[in-house]
Design a binder for this molecule. Sequence first.
Ligand code: 76R
Length: 245
Amino acid sequence: AAEAVKTLDGWYCLHDMRTVDWTSWKMASREDRDEAIQEFKQLLTDWEEVEQAENGSHVLYQVLGHKADMMFMILRPSLNELTDVETAFNKSKLAEFLQPVYSYVSVVEMSQYSGNASADDPKVRDRLYPILPKWEHMCFYPMDKRREGEENWYSLSFKERAGLLYEHSKTGRQYSGNVKQIITGSFGFDDWEWGVTLFAHDALQLKKLVYEMRFDEVSAKYGEFGTFFVGNHLAKDGLDTYLHV
Ligand code: 76R
């Protein structure tokens, strides 16, 4: 067998997509809507405190298209804490007006193809336990590495895979400062092998990076992709406007 790469793993991650049931939201009384918004803001304030204490992080984006309306990405030190966040949110009043449409469970991952990064290195810690950027745009999609006939990532040698990922990282680094990527591993946790989360100030940078990477051998030959979600940052103080009917 080819040798599996060692990984460093950080915070656990939940991507949670919901659509808003605008019909029942409009039918609710003004008091009920206000109460739902206030309670949700309090939940976000609680999560902000967790983030300030560097015990996790979260972001909320407003999704375009019919796949979802809201996209949460939440990071916590354990699956248990992640479940607690999910459950608290599900019990909230706002959640009564939201339909869960997609979710993805994974853990922040750094693969160790080039040298041995140490989890004690502050730079490595920032990668494994990231405070998520609140940039204007976010994109999420899950992916696999193909295993079909001659094109089987899992039968390539360590050296071949490391070489292909080195080429991949050269493309990626050209977007440094414009796109921030977080790779999360989901072997054993969810339906695909990795989650890809990208943040950008300019939405076009997301398209350009993903397009350019399609030509890197690792993506061209071995990449298989799931559903894409793209959205705009939704800050706590933008919620009243977003939910105003
Ligand atoms: O960790 C590192 O930064 C070292 C280099 C690196 C690795 C090992 C790296 C850099 N990636 C690595 C691993 Mn990546 N990445 C993706 C996608 O759409 C596609 O074609 C693929 C989705 C994007 C957009 C992206 C971006 N990368 C991985 C792995 C794990 C492979 C394994 O372990 O087998 C996957 C699935 C994956 C997928 N990658 C970068 C980027 C960017 C922008 C960089 C440069 C980061 C920087 O140095 O600033």
